[in-house]
Ligand binder design. Structure first.
Ligand code: FES
Ligand code: FES
Length: 175
């Protein structure tokens, strides 16, 4: 008979780590993950990329948004083992050769960053939008970012940043 603190075979199996491969920001990595770990936990705690934020951890705020196979997903609601063999892009993967991407520059130019907690998720959603739709309207931007909540900026600066990055005549206000 099992003692109270002994695992049954089923619970032991559930807690066993599994080796998965993730291509994170263009670099393949093998990571041992427990079946119930979420992608945001693995990105932050196992891989050490802490740009992606875990806030509500229930799918409500968008702070954990990353790109999985180029599509924005909520990493707090995605199991890491479901991402085995897939490409993940985080905010750390936006800059190239030490140069910020156009959308990152535009967020700074428009004063669209205050506490910054929403910013990585906003940037990833905006990046996906601009890949699909290089000149989005305000309505399209609002729609694309509706799952990303910001408590600080009032959103106008963020929308202006996306318009600036897409070359639609919005000038920097912070220079
Ligand atoms: S932390 Fe994932 S949606 Fe809030
Ligand atoms: S800048 Fe603080 S939540 Fe958006």
């Amino acid at each position: 008979m099992l003692e109270a603190n002994e695992s049954t075979p089923v619970t032991a199996k559930r807690s066993q780590s599994q080796l998965i491969s993730l291509c994170v920001n263009g670099e393949w990595r093998e990571v041992a993950v427990k079946p119930r770990l979420t992608l945001v936990e693995v990105i932050r705690d196992s891989i050490g990329l802490t740009g992606t934020k875990a806030s509500c951890e229930s799918g409500a705020c968008g702070a954990c948004t990353v790109l999985l196979e180029d599509r924005p997903i909520l990493a707090c609601l995605t199991l890491a083992i479901e991402c085995d063999g897939k490409r993940v892009q985080t905010v750390e993967g936006l800059a190239e050769g030490g140069k910020l991407s156009a959308i990152q520059d535009a967020f700074l130019d428009q004063g669209a960053v205050q506490c910054g907690f929403c910013t990585p998720g906003m940037l990833m959603s905006a990046t996906a939008l601009l890949r699909d739709c290089p000149k989005p309207s305000r309505e399209e931007i609002n729609k694309a970012l509706e799952g990303n909540l910001c408590r600080c900026t009032g959103y106008n600066a963020i929308v202006d940043a996306v318009l600036q990055a897409s070359g639609q005549g919005v000038e920097p206000v912070m220079k």
